[in-house]
Design a protein around this ligand. Structure first.
Ligand SMILES: Nc1nc2c(ncn2[C@@H]2O[C@H](COP(=O)(O)OP(=O)(O)OP(=O)(O)O)[C@@H](O)[C@H]2O)c(=O)[nH]1
Ligand SMILES: [Mg+2]
Length: 403
């Protein structure tokens, strides 16, 4: 019996040891970090965020960006807006190239002003084009189809003659020389875009093409600038037109000015267009893939008479007149020279030319990312020097180094 009791004591002792061992091993597997740490001041601060600063205590300097405490400017510029819109002529296939352009325009300017954007096409815009562009534009977007009669051969055009010209231009390898659609595009931009029903709501436009770039911040309302300074038409790049595309354009212009002398402005910019007081055209023009301008001027009787007169001459189809010389000649002859504006501060690229503002201080202050060596303004093929001379303007400091 005594032996039996001893065995029972051994078993109970062994059980107690096992239970103790179990508790010791299971408690050491609990991660120590889960237990509240010992705080000598007794405060229960383990529950607050380790980042929250203590009052009166200097905060550690951040070692990564942002490196300074400057606040970002307000997202949207305060104040009223002009009756203005961006306008783009495009095909559905231009979607990703126009997306890039929009991104540049929004980042550098329109995110602060939220102006509308009108898209025009000779076909219906598809859903993808609308979805992507409306997501990128900060203002309202509108999509318009061009009426057939504004994108087709007028009945006074001899189709055989036009076809023969296209063949000849193809042989001569003139750029877009054999293209019908390019001719419709040039004629549409010359005489119709500003009359599209969607454009009738607006007074000012800024034309944007696919694949353009903007290189500097534009911190003010360019439309307001145009209005307050009595400007009607503006440019950033100017150059000489291919002679082969406009052999008889100047004759048609002279025919117009002889028929409608009342539409020619006093104090115009003839000196920009001609070196012999109007006898011949020097082929200088403002590059119209960028334009900020006044739609009411384009819709005026003077401009419509001008367009109709050129259209009847047939050069949009019998030659390959571009909307750039057509707009430029109109602006230079039918506006006072003070109504034209050169936007030195809008840094711009459309293949193959760059306008990068002359003046390092400006470029630094406006976060420009263009290489000043690429600036075309003072190159021999640019007409911008001639514009400065026509207007008695002093060229910006440092222009000699960019020639
Ligand atoms: N809807 C439509 N838009 C066109 C057509 N052809 C050109 N465009 C647009 O008209 C504008 C001028 O055409 P571009 O092809 O850029 O002509 P360009 O600037 O002389 O030549 P690039 O050096 O090719 O840019 C652009 O906004 C084009 O998207 C067309 O057939 N249909
Ligand atoms: Mg283009």
């Amino acid at each position: 019996m005594a032996g039996h009791q001893r065995y029972l004591r051994y078993i109970i002792f062994a059980l107690i040891c096992l239970i103790l061992l179990f508790f010791i091993s299971s408690s050491s597997s609990v991660p120590s970090a889960q237990w509240p740490s010992y705080k000598p001041d007794g405060a229960n601060e383990a529950e607050t965020s380790p980042q929250s600063p203590k009052e009166g205590q200097e905060q550690p300097k951040p070692t990564t960006t942002p490196s300074d405490n400057k606040k970002l400017p307000p997202a949207t510029a305060p104040g009223d807006r002009m009756n203005a819109t961006f306008v783009t002529l495009a095909r559905n296939s231009d979607i990703w190239e126009i997306a890039k352009s929009i991104r540049h325009v929004e980042d550098r300017f329109n995110r602060k002003f939220n102006y509308d954007w009108v898209f025009l096409n000779d076909d219906d815009f598809d859903d993808e084009f609308k979805k992507v562009t409306s997501a990128l534009v900060s203002g309202k977007t509108k999509y318009g189809k061009i009426p057939k009669e504004h994108w087709s051969f007028p009945d006074f055009i001899d189709q055989d003659r036009a076809a023969k010209v296209r063949e000849e231009m193809k042989e001569k390898k003139i750029i877009y020389g054999d293209s019908i659609s390019y001719r419709h595009m040039c004629r549409y931009e010359s005489g119709f875009f500003f009359r599209h029903p969607l454009m009738l709501d607006y007074e000012w436009y800024w034309r944007v093409e696919p694949s353009i770039e903007l290189y500097c911040d534009i911190g003010y309302d360019t439309f307001k600038f145009m209005s307050e300074n009595n400007k009607k038409y503006s440019f950033v790049l100017s150059l000489y037109e291919y002679v082969e595309t406009i052999p008889t354009l100047w004759d048609a212009v002279k025919n117009f000015t002889a028929t409608y002398p009342q539409h020619v402005a006093e104090g115009n910019s003839m000196k920009f267009l001609s070196d012999d007081d109007g006898k011949t055209y020097n082929h200088c023009h403002f590059w119209s893939n960028f334009e900020i301008g006044n739609l009411n001027w384009l819709r005026s009787e003077a401009y419509i008479d001008y367009f109709n007169s050129l259209d009847k001459a047939g050069g949009f189809f019998y030659e390959r007149w571009g909307d750039a010389p057509v707009h430029s000649i109109a602006a230079a002859l039918m506006l006072k020279k003070e109504e034209l504006h050169f936007f030195n501060d809008i840094a711009y690229y459309h293949v193959p030319f760059t306008h990068c503002p002359t003046g390092e201080q400006y470029r630094l202050e406006h976060k420009c990312h263009c290489n000043p060596k690429d600036n075309f303004d003072w190159n021999g093929y640019s007409c911008t020097s001639r514009f400065f001379e026509t207007n008695g303007m002093t060229k910006p400091e440092g222009y000699e180094q960019e020639q």
